[in-house]
Ligand binder design. Structure first.
Ligand code: AHG
Ligand code: MN
Ligand code: MN
Length: 329
């Protein structure tokens, strides 16, 4: 080693290398899933770039129309949806997509492809204009229908237990990509000057319990009695209330520090607000891999059979003991 020079900080493992080295986790893997993960990372870099300069270009603000959920669509919702859809269509590994921003199944025309992706291209839309952390959520399934045919509803309405991989990108104080293929959870931090994600959080685990609770307490009066009692318990124990209003950011912080996020059923929304297929299942798979729990307040999220693309579900996710306690277990 050259004298007088400090080479203590090694060049880390890039996401590409990590994906390649772990490809053998899948027997008979032929590299398509690896390519698909790389396509997602590529789209994430583009979206990250657009988000970082959002205030300087004319891409903040509302589109002036509503999406299929009846929610105001933001320009960045549409941009992120376009970028991910384009990357996954051109990538060639995906036969069908489900996106929060699109009413029906998106057929990529790649009928020979094995995989189906469900995504929330931009999570935390209400935080875009005010420079607060936002995210992307994705979930990957193997198709059920035969290769070569047009994908079917059965391909996209799969239980969370069938996920092959799931992850999220958090555009926060730094940009991170966190994913699992069912062999633990690994987190990568983006180094913009090199244009690479580097492994920064290997084998992420969530504490068994925690002291953070994330819930929109403005809805307190509409909660069921059991949840009201648990929130009161959190207050009595002087737990910290932390609510960003971007699921990905709240989830990530709680997974790192120990805590729980809840978007419950309320009188106004008896099914909750969050979407089973492209929000709850992906983060449910990740939290289970990290040692935590995800439920609808009664049973395991990943075992719910979806019946609609944009199905909503009450959501309790985070440290195992807190989720159990909030369910009255
Ligand atoms: P999206 O921006 O993809 O529509 O998701 C918003 C979700 C979630 O990210 C967040 O935690 C929650 O909505 C906030 O809802 P409230 O404003 O009702 O608390
Ligand atoms: Mn969302
Ligand atoms: Mn969204």
């Amino acid at each position: 080693m050259a004298e007088g020079l400090d080479f203590k900080n090694p060049v880390g493992t890039t996401l590409d290398r990590f994906i390649m080295e772990n490809q053998s986790d899948f027997p008979f893997a032929t590299g398509e899933l690896s390519q698909l993960l790389r396509d997602i990372a590529f789209a994430a870099k583009i979206v990250n770039k657009e988000i970082n300069r959002a205030g300087l270009s004319d891409i903040v603000g509302a589109m002036g129309n509503k999406n299929v959920q009846g929610e105001d669509q933001q320009r960045l919702d549409v941009i992120a949806d376009f970028r991910f859809t384009q990357a996954l269509t051109q990538g060639g590994e995906v036969c069908a997509l489900v996106s929060e921003e699109v009413d029906d199944i998106i057929y990529t025309g790649q009928n020979e492809a094995k995989y189906v992706v469900a995504m929330d291209p931009l999570d935390g839309s209400s935080n875009i204009d005010v420079n607060v952390a936002i995210g992307t959520i994705f979930s990957i399934y193997r198709r059920k229908s035969a290769l070569g045919e047009k994908p079917t509803m059965e391909d996209v309405l799969q239980k969370g237990t069938e996920q092959i991989a799931a992850g999220y990108i958090l555009y926060g104080s730094s940009t991170m990509l966190v994913y699992t293929t069912g062999f633990g959870v690994n987190g990568f931090t983006y180094e913009p000057s090199l244009g690479e994600f580097f492994l920064s959080h290997p084998n992420m685990k969530t504490p068994e319990t925690g002291r953070l609770y994330s819930i929109n307490e403005g809805n307190y009066d509409d909660f069921e009695d059991q949840l009201k009692a648990y929130i009161q318990l959190c207050r009595d124990r002087k737990y910290s209330g932390r609510y960003i209003g971007s699921l990905v950011a709240d989830f990530h912080r709680n997974m790192m520090k120990g805590g729980m996020y809840v978007y419950p059923a309320t009188k106004g929304s008896p099914k909750g607000k969050l979407r089973l297929i492209y929000e709850c299942n992906a983060l449910g798979f990740i939290i289970e891999q990290a040692g935590g729990l995800a439920t609808d307040g009664k049973s395991r999220i990943l075992e719910i059979q979806p019946t609609e693309l944009h199905q909503r579900v009450p959501y309790y996710v985070g440290s195992k003991k807190m989720v159990e306690e909030s369910m009255g277990l």
